[in-house]
Design a protein around this ligand. Structure first.
Ligand SMILES: Nc1ncnc2c1ncn2[C@@H]1O[C@H](COP(=O)(O)OP(=O)(O)OP(=O)(O)O)[C@@H](O)[C@H]1O
Ligand SMILES: [Mg+2]
Length: 397
């Protein structure tokens, strides 16, 4: 269809305030184009119809404008109704807006040194005016790295909630285009938009921008993309912090890495943090401390997301209250149903005899679990587990 890009742009703009009649007419146009054999244009219209439908559903009542340091941070206030930037050709939205201010997002569990570092960042943004009075600015950018499922995205949203600003999540996959120059243009569009509003700009899965593509102009194009990112980061306005997240920092161009003034490595959770994740996942049910300790010890080396998934299964069984087996047998069953999610070590451990496992628990957790609780985990009496421990100690001597 001649001048389709203009028709498409009109439809996209109109659909930012959709109504039934308008949606119907755009659907008719899409069908007519498909009937004429112009499937690509029809597809593009269907895409903006889907985005518009999602936009309507995604506006829960609790979404509120930011109540953060807005009186000192420059820029317009981002609202749930603000029209978000889209790729000029495909009409695909380039960012999502999230308003975590009142969502009551819980803080991920980190070791104390990391908690303090994160708190410092929050404090800088909460006291922007005091910093500016002495000629300083808060940290403008922060890169979060770490293994998958360690809580990086949750931390980013929590930071925004604490700072009191809404988040623009750049949809890096939508920003990438096989058309030469379009990815760079999309990057600029996202930054220009973020610079207009008071917001945290979140570049999640940042490394995918650096992915090598099957493009004959690959080398030149990647250089252009990296340059666009660097230039835009350099000229980022002080309307909010820019957060980058990557599981693969080694794939990032070192110049990009260096642009982030703060770099936080998010670690795998410690035993203490895993126990806390078990307790939080169990809520509103209350988990026995010995069960939390056992699950956390078994899942050493797992990311928080894995701990959550395993515990959610355990919690379901508790909620249904159909359990007659011992805790350890339930864990064995869950492990059998989730073998892909668990490490070889955990699977081997759970295949051991109860007596060996009792010994392992005692060695790993020491006296944190008493003999009575240990017995309860295995559906055995205190005297039985005491005898097992004595026997295995005697064998070791
Ligand atoms: N340290 C932690 N404390 C509490 N919850 C955690 C922790 N680590 C992960 N989780 C939980 O695991 C889930 C996944 O976390 P999240 O998506 O933030 O991880 P991620 O590091 O962004 O993962 P990915 O690299 O796959 O994007 C969330 O429900 C989160 O609450
Ligand atoms: Mg993530």
């Amino acid at each position: 269809m001649e001048h389709f890009s203009i028709v498409h742009a009109i439809c996209r703009l109109a659909l930012t305030s959709p109504n039934e009649a308008l949606t119907h007419q755009v659907e008719r146009l899409a069908e007519a184009l498909a009937g004429d054999g112009d499937l690509k244009s029809a597809q593009q219209l269907k895409q903006i119809l889907r985005s518009a439908a999602r936009g309507q559903d995604m506006t829960p009542r609790r979404l509120v404008p930011s109540r953060g340091p807005t009186h000192v941070v420059a820029g317009e206030v981002l609202l749930p109704t603000t029209v978000l930037p889209a790729d000029r050709e495909s009409g695909v939205r380039l960012v999502d807006a999230v308003f975590p201010v009142e969502s009551g997002l819980a803080r991920p569990f980190f070791p104390p040194h990391l908690d303090r570092a994160v708190q410092m960042l929050v404090d800088e943004w909460r006291h922007v005016a005091k910093l500016r009075a002495v000629g300083e600015e808060p940290s403008m950018s922060c890169l979060l790295t770490g293994a998958p499922g360690t809580g990086k995205t949750t931390l980013a949203l929590w930071l925004a909630q604490q700072i009191g600003l809404p988040v623009l999540i750049a949809r890096v996959d939508a920003m990438m285009s096989s058309f030469l120059g379009t990815t760079s243009r999309n990057i600029s569009q996202v930054f220009t938009f973020a610079n207009r509003f008071q917001c945290v700009l979140l570049l999640d899965e940042l490394d995918s921008l650096a992915k090598v593509r099957d493009d004959s102009n690959e080398v030149g194009e990647i250089k252009r993309v990296v340059n666009a990112l660097l230039q835009n980061m350099d000229s980022r306005a002080s309307t909010g912090i820019t957060l980058g997240i990557t599981n693969h920092p080694q794939l990032l161009d070192p110049a990009v890495w260096r642009r982030f003034s703060v770099q936080i490595e998010v670690p795998l959770p410690t035993q203490e943090a895993r126990e806390a994740i078990v307790r939080r996942t169990f809520e509103p049910l209350v988990v026995a401390p010995s069960v939390a300790m056992l699950i956390a010890a078994l899942l050493e080396g797992s990311a928080g997301s894995e701990v959550r998934s395993i515990v959610a299964l355990f919690k379901k069984r508790e909620a249904m209250n159909t359990q007659t087996q011992s805790v350890i047998d339930v864990l064995r069953e869950i492990a059998a149903l989730n073998s892909g999610r668990l490490s070889a070590e955990v699977k081997l451990l759970l295949r051991r005899e109860d007596q060996d496992l009792v010994r392992w628990v005692r060695k790993t957790l020491g006296n944190r679990i008493g003999l009575v609780e240990l017995g309860t985990l295995f559906n055995k009496s205190k005297s039985t587990v005491a005898r097992w421990l004595e026997e295995s100690e005697a064998r070791e001597v």
